[in-house]
Design a protein around this ligand. Structure first.
Ligand SMILES: NC(=O)c1ccc[n+]([C@@H]2O[C@H](COP(=O)([O-])OP(=O)(O)OC[C@H]3O[C@@H](n4cnc5c(N)ncnc54)[C@H](O)[C@@H]3O)[C@@H](O)[C@H]2O)c1
Length: 387
């Protein structure tokens, strides 16, 4: 086996997601293991960290023993030793940066959302295709251990005919006044590329379609729960994007379901995100790591509310959670972002098929865009397959 080097520019390397997930959870591990076997070769990533702040770049470089970093993005794009460009910088910069990378002849891999709109995403993909460049979009949530178990149950036919599903996500993000916000302020302004629909609906598209098949139409209500927030400089600002959403979906299979996504909900239940699927033969609900199932045979016979004649005789004895069986682990844990790199690197090197390309990333944006339109127009919006 020959070891070959693949130069990868990581833009936005000091950001939370690039540092903690893509590098720490993925690329640094591949590096530490001596590279990624691809065909008869081993591919060793050579990383070039790109960003704005020298001190912070040096800090990331030090943490992972990376030798190369730069604040000169144009210089990095002009360097032929780095044929791959990855973008995890702030969302509003993405389209312009990816176009520059394509101009420079780089293969591109990108965080979500891949573009502000479907139209701009299609134009971006056309330009990459015309130049014969390979492309990919991060679609990590499908590789969460809990969702992988749920997917396996679908493939095993556990559910029978699927009749409904429910995806619930979110937690309370402080507004900066009562306590420091846990999320950067750009997430809460249009100019910063923020908004919960473009942030999280791209994920819910590939999760739902990846596990349950094509979505045909959506209705949605999106609103701003916390209209004023305090930014990193302690300044008050108006939130001009949605931070809470409720979406109804119809699938081509006939199943119906909902997504409740919110930065203004307090967590109760199994996990920060839960995805429940109900079918004629059984139901299952997955969180980030675990998954619980209840077959038709195990389904309790519920007759109705057990209220009793007064508060003292109310029946509190039913333990509904105990009526579910935890689905066993089928594989050792692997960081979900690492799956993406292990698919994208062979795609670049050998042309191996990679399902998570820009076309998939555009479909992700399409769900967010359709949901925004549905909310604005108070209507159902179709999600046609994109040409
Ligand atoms: N796949 C996922 O689950 C997931 C999760 C979180 C974030 N993301 C995506 O990753 C991206 C980054 O999110 P994050 O949470 O790491 O944010 P972050 O604010 O921690 O990081 C953003 C990065 O962009 C850089 N940046 C900001 N403004 C810039 C400017 N004007 N010029 C150059 N660089 C600039 C910052 O220095 C930082 O390195 C977003 O597009 C977000 O949608 C994806």
């Amino acid at each position: 086996m020959a070891t070959k080097t693949l130069g990868i520019i990581l833009n936005g390397a000091t950001g939370r997601i690039c540092r903690t997930q893509h590098i720490r959870g993925g690329l640094a591990q591949i590096y530490a293991e001596g590279g990624l076997p691809v065909g008869d070769d081993v591919i060793m990533p050579r990383l070039l960290l790109a960003g704005r702040n020298e001190d912070r770049l040096a800090d990331v470089a030090r943490e992972f023993g990376i030798e190369e970093w730069t604040t000169d993005l144009d210089g990095a794009l002009a360097d032929p030793d780095f044929p791959v460009f990855f973008d995890a910088a702030a969302t509003h910069l993405r389209l312009d940066t990816l176009n520059r990378a394509i101009d420079a002849g780089k293969h591109i891999y990108t965080e979500k959302p891949i573009a502000p709109s479907v139209e701009e995403g299609l134009a971006l993909m056309r330009r990459a295709d015309e130049k014969g460049l390979r492309h990919g979009a991060v679609e990590d949530k499908l590789f969460l251990p809990g969702f992988r178990k749920l997917h396996n149950l679908v493939e095993q036919g556990f559910f029978g005919r699927i009749v409904g599903f429910r995806l619930e996500f979110g937690w309370w993000v402080f507004d900066g006044a009562e306590a420091e916000s846990q999320r950067p302020s750009w997430n809460y302004t249009k100019a910063g590329g923020g908004g919960l629909l473009s942030d999280m609906h791209p994920h819910w598209r590939y999760v739902i379609e990846g596990i349950l098949g094509p979505i045909s139409r959506v209705a949605c209500s999106a609103w701003t729960a916390q209209p004023e927030r305090i930014n990193e400089d302690g300044k008050r600002y108006d939130v001009d994007v949605e931070d809470a959403t409720a979406t109804l979906l119809e699938l081509e299979s006939g199943a119906r379901g909902s997504i409740l996504s919110s930065w203004a909900r307090r967590v109760r239940g199994d996990d920060l995100v839960t995805f429940q699927i109900d079918g004629t033969d059984g139901s299952a609900v997955a969180g980030l790591r675990q998954c619980w199932a209840q077959s038709a045979a195990d389904t309790p016979r519920i007759e109705g509310f057990n209220m009793g004649p007064d508060a003292a005789t109310m029946d509190f004895s039913a333990d509904y959670d105990a009526q579910w069986t935890e689905v066993a682990e089928t594989a050792p844990y692997k960081n979900p972002y690492r799956f993406g790199w292990e698919g994208f690197i062979p795609h670049v090197v050998t042309g191996a098929p990679f399902a998570h390309d820009l076309a998939a990333g555009i479909r992700d944006v399409q769900l967010a865009e359709a949901s925004a339109t549905a909310s604005k127009d108070h209507s159902w919006v179709d999600l046609p397959v994109l040409a």
